[in-house]
Ligand binder design. Structure first.
Ligand SMILES: Cc1cc2nc3c(=O)[nH]c(=O)nc-3n(C[C@H](O)[C@H](O)[C@H](O)COP(=O)(O)O)c2cc1C
Length: 212
């Protein structure tokens, strides 16, 4: 048997799954025949297709894709403003472009767009509460947070894994979100382990270990 341990914010979580070894250490064949949510590439049917196309299912599927977590922050009239976003993609090396999908009409995104420079912080494993705080609808999103303000007005959170100073290059409407394309102006990294968002919960990463 092979055991996989998942680590949540630096602590081992209670969920331990054991899979039988098949032909290779990590060859794992899920029992899809009895699954009510068979992927369309196995046992596809119009009924299952319709079920998976429903909005709630799309949201549920999307949550199963693990992502890093970023904050987009800047100074605005002497006060830090910001939001949390997991829909980050590194787009191009030359020129250096990244994108973040931001819900259209969100108050913070409208504010951030008016600013010359923004700071994108890749959150570290100790930032689970911070990610929620910077996303909260009411209250001070920066209360007791450690952050730095760059001369450009970009704001970076302390203890992140990387910091990108960006300007807005373009915005592409995409359904109820906008794909905001950022041009990278400067970047720095640290050795902190990242925060991972998966199935509406926070995790960090751990190397795979095959135990005999
Ligand atoms: C972990 C996490 C990831 C999020 N990712 C995104 C995202 O990628 N895009 C987005 O528009 N909102 C995302 N949100 C929600 C926004 O942070 C939140 O709705 C926003 O800050 C509220 O905006 P407003 O009050 O400025 O209008 C995320 C929230 C959390 C907690």
């Amino acid at each position: 048997m092979v055991s996989t341990l998942c680590e949540v914010a630096g602590q081992h979580c209670s969920q331990i799954r054991t899979f039988p070894i098949l032909t290779a250490p990590f060859a794992f064949t899920p029992n899809l025949e009895n699954s009510s949510r068979s992927p369309s590439w196995i046992g596809s049917s119009p009924t299952s297709y319709q079920r998976r196309a429903a909005k709630a299912d799309v949201e549920d599927d999307r949550r199963r894709f693990p992502t890093g977590v970023t904050t987009l922050c800047a100074m605005n009239e002497g006060q830090p403003i910001g939001t949390t976003a997991s829909a980050f993609v590194a787009v191009s090396l030359e020129p250096a472009l990244v994108s973040v999908c931001i819900k259209r009409g969100s108050w913070t995104s409208r504010q951030l767009r008016t600013l010359e420079r923004l700071g994108i912080s890749f959150l570290g494993h100790g930032h689970a509460a911070t990610a929620r705080q910077v996303a909260q609808a009411t209250g001070d999103r920066f209360l007791e947070l450690h952050y730095e303000e760059a001369p450009s007005g970009a704001v970076f959170l302390a203890n992140a894994t990387a910091w990108l100073e960006c300007s807005i290059e373009n915005e592409i409407p995409a359904g109820d979100h906008d794909m905001v394309l950022f041009r990278l102006q400067a970047a720095a990294t640290d050795g902190v382990m990242p925060l991972i968002f998966h199935s509406s919960d926070f995790h960090t990463i751990a190397p795979l270990a095959v135990k005999p």
